[in-house]
Ligand binder design. Structure first.
Ligand SMILES: Cc1cc2nc3c(=O)[nH]c(=O)nc-3n(C[C@H](O)[C@H](O)[C@H](O)COP(=O)(O)O)c2cc1C
Length: 390
């Protein structure tokens, strides 16, 4: 089974991640992984931190001669900002050395600051925010890129695009080819397939900049080429829709998830929502009249594109800080401000891709297994032949 874990703090020396369970023999390119890390760093509205960091993977195990070897893959990603923080957050305590700490005494509403400080019994929130920060998602994107590499061997591609920034939405459906072209761009504005909608999205971010505010939005992850039959209806925790929902909501600042046209469906009648079933006798193939279910029925993939949307709240750290409390005195105080992004929707989409790829990679291995890519492929091909002759 595919398992993954991340470690590392926002201003620590590096991020670390492990992925265990990928079969041997999958071609791996560090360049492709770095490209995904680059995509996570882009987007209009990012803060100063992204100018400091140029994220690169350092693979230390599990890949030899550009192929997986079946053993756990371990990755390190350096935090360039560490040199500015090594005196503030040293691993070993040097007796008597004080004065370099950067305590966070005025917890920021919408962050883990206060809840985390209370839970871990810290007098202030520095250690909490170091781990709660979305810097951690750099490690997820690196692992997700490995999962994407694996899925590609089976013709499955996972990409994302932005469909809303604040009040501005993309008012039309995006074609798969447009989403692919978007992912190949070397300049990322707001990750929207429609130039006019993207221009208005930029205006929404500019408004947030001007007013010391922040803005959220919605991204859509599309998984293309997924065979029917991943996930299962048989138990609550085998349903793939539930597993994808958890993966998406686990992303920092994502507060809602939608599979297919869930929101629109909830205020329509059933006859307008379900995807009709048709059969092409000469081709011996089922097909659907639409894809409002987002590629999942009964928690099982149905062969259509998987469509999962993540709803991001606006970034919590504000240049015009909200009311909070000073922890040492318990007096009213304005929340702390630490260098921050204003809008992160395209980056969150790239993280969403990583999470969807990891969940699909797990589901694919659950169904087809295999210690080597060849073994997984034989199992996969046998199943596809069975589906074709159904
Ligand atoms: C790509 C990305 C970048 C983020 N950057 C910031 C940031 O610069 N400042 C900030 O206050 N929150 C940022 N966030 C959101 C916080 O990490 C998140 O709101 C916080 O950890 C609390 O978690 P919650 O909102 O999920 O409850 C970012 C989120 C993502 C996905």
């Amino acid at each position: 089974m595919l398992r993954f874990e991340t470690a590392g703090e926002s201003h620590g020396e590096c991020l670390a991640a492990t992925l265990t369970g990928l079969p041997a023999g999958i071609p791996v390119s560090s360049e492709y992984l770095d490209r995904q890390l680059w995509r996570r760093q882009q987007g209009y509205g990012r803060g100063g931190r992204m100018k400091i960091e140029t994220d690169r993977v350092h693979i230390i195990s599990g890949v030899r001669h550009s192929q997986t070897i079946g053993s756990p893959i371990a990755i390190l990603i350096e935090n360039k900002d560490w040199k500015n923080w090594s005196a503030t957050l040293p691993v070993d305590s040097k007796d008597g050395e004080t004065g370099k700490e950067k305590p966070v005494h005025r917890p920021r509403p919408g962050h883990a600051d206060l809840a985390g400080a209370i839970k871990y019994n810290f007098p202030e929130a520095r250690y909490v925010l170091e781990r709660a920060s979305a810097r951690e998602t750099t490690a997820r994107v690196a692992l997700g890129a490995l999962a994407k590499t694996f899925l590609r061997e089976f013709g499955i591609e996972v990409l994302s695009h932005v469909i809303r920034v604040g009040p501005v939405r993309l008012e039309r459906a995006a074609e798969w080819e447009e989403i692919v072209a978007l992912s190949e761009r070397d300049e990322v504005l707001l990750g929207c397939v429609d130039a006019e909608a993207e221009r208005r999205m930029k205006e929404a971010v500019d408004y947030a900049y001007r007013t010391g505010d922040t803005v959220g939005g919605v991204f859509e992850v599309v998984a293309h080429g997924v065979p029917a039959g991943l996930g299962s209806h048989i138990a609550w925790d085998t349903r793939l829709d539930g597993r994808l929902a958890q993966a998406i909501v686990s992303i920092q600042a994502v507060k809602g998830v939608e599979i297919g046209a869930a929101e629109e469906g909830s205020c329509s009648y059933g006859s307008a929502v379900q995807d009709t079933i048709h059969y092409d006798k000469p081709q011996r193939e089922f097909h659907r009249g639409s894809n409002r279910a987002g590629g999942l029925e009964g928690g099982i993939t149905n062969g259509q594109d998987i469509l999962v949307r993540g709803f991001l709240k606006p970034i919590s750290t504000l240049r015009r800080p909200l009311e909070s409390v000073d922890l040492p005195t318990r007096d009213p105080a304005l929340a702390a401000y630490e260098r921050s992004d204003v809008a992160v929707v395209p980056a969150a989409g790239v993280i969403g891709e990583a999470m969807v790829a990891l969940v699909l990679g797990q589901a694919l291995l659950e169904k087809f297994g295999g210690d080597s890519l060849g073994e997984t492929r034989r199992n996969y091909d046998g199943y596809i032949a069975q589906v074709k002759s159904y």
